[in-house]
Design a protein around this ligand. Structure first.
Ligand code: PSU
Ligand code: MN
Length: 306
């Protein structure tokens, strides 16, 4: 049984058994999405923000072949500074488990683990999507397929323009994945509040979002939900600065033949370098903002579910 491969942290297990709210967090953002030590500092602060709302955080990763739902502080630190931790999506999970290796879970893999543990609300920065030029490369993140089948809601800051935002929305529609805008009609574009694309439903409060999730899943409609929460105005980046950095990063990825699972981490690191670290600052702030809203949604959902 899969159960034998999972260690649920006692604090998380207790909250789940008592029907208290829990928020899942991913670990690829820690090992491949941000540099050390900002990655560990951010991961810790996200957990603090969630705790301050009376919600239990559960950062998910694979350590020595064990699926961990809820990490200790030492485990977080280990994951943040250790080189060579695998980036683990659905495809990779059985091998990392069987070989007893360490793995950082993507949005897709984190959704799978959260679902196994019984956690329905998951906070991150950004999801994968349909990459620009996917018409040729076929590079479409397994995150989207997972959203189509696994019943976990993902709070993010929209889709960043290293992706083709329009095609990402089309793909989500095909998969039956609703995109909610938290207090916005327009899908945010991660570093900026606007993308030029609309969300499917604007909802302005955590309670109505929780009720929508509850309605979906109690109707037997399996699959995920994207909840897009715009970066706070004061932290958003200048549109031209971030657009230029992304365009340059995309050209460099192409010139260097970067492919497959390396693409997203390469682009994020390049954009950070090109913006003199400003994109990392924005990224950190938007994750904090998502943690606040995600905790409120988890809290409201636990009242309906309990
Ligand atoms: N977007 C970010 N930061 C990240 C990621 C995406 O702004 O760290 C990570 C997430 O873990 C996401 C993964 O699930 O990249 C998607 O990778 P790919 O495009 O290879 O599916
Ligand atoms: Mn990809």
């Amino acid at each position: 049984m899969f159960d034998n491969k999972i260690d649920i942290h006692p604090e998380v297990a207790r909250a789940l058994s008592e029907g208290k709210p829990v928020v899942a967090l991913e670990s690829t953002i820690i090992s491949h999405g941000m540099p050390y030590p900002q990655n560990v500092e951010t991961a810790r602060e996200v957990e603090n923000i969630i705790r301050a709302k009376g919600v239990v955080p559960a950062t998910i990763a694979i350590l020595k072949g064990r699926i961990k739902v809820g990490l200790t502080d030492e485990e977080l630190e280990y994951l943040g500074h250790t080189k060579g931790v695998a980036k683990v999506s659905r495809r990779d999970m059985p091998f990392i488990v069987a070989m007893g290796r360490d793995g950082a879970t993507t949005v897709a893999a984190t959704m799978i683990c959260a679902d196994l543990a019984g956690i329905k609300i998951f906070v991150t920065g950004g999801i994968g999507g349909v990459h620009r030029n996917a018409q040729e490369t076929f590079d479409i993140s397994a995150d989207l397929t997972e959203l189509g089948q696994t019943s976990v809601a993902v709070i993010c800051a929209g889709a960043k323009s290293i992706l083709d935002i329009g095609l990402t929305l089309e793909h989500l529609e095909t998969l039956g994945v609703p995109v909610i805008g938290y207090q916005t009609e327009e899908l945010p574009a991660f570093y900026t509040r606007k993308s030029g694309f609309n969300v499917d439903y604007r909802i302005d409060d955590a309670k109505t979002i929780a009720e929508s999730l509850h309605a979906k899943w109690t109707m037997g409609l399996k699959g995920g939900v994207v909840i897009a929460n715009p970066i706070p105005e004061v932290y958003q980046m200048d549109f031209d600065v971030i657009t230029n950095a992304i365009e340059t990063a995309l050209r460099e990825a192409d010139a260097n033949g970067v492919k497959g699972k390396e693409t997203t981490p390469f682009l994020l690191a390049k954009v950070k370098e090109l913006t003199g670290g400003d994109s990392l600052d924005a990224n950190i702030q938007l994750v904090y903002n998502n943690a606040r809203i995600g905790a409120e949604i988890a809290f409201e959902y636990s009242k309906l579910h309990g």
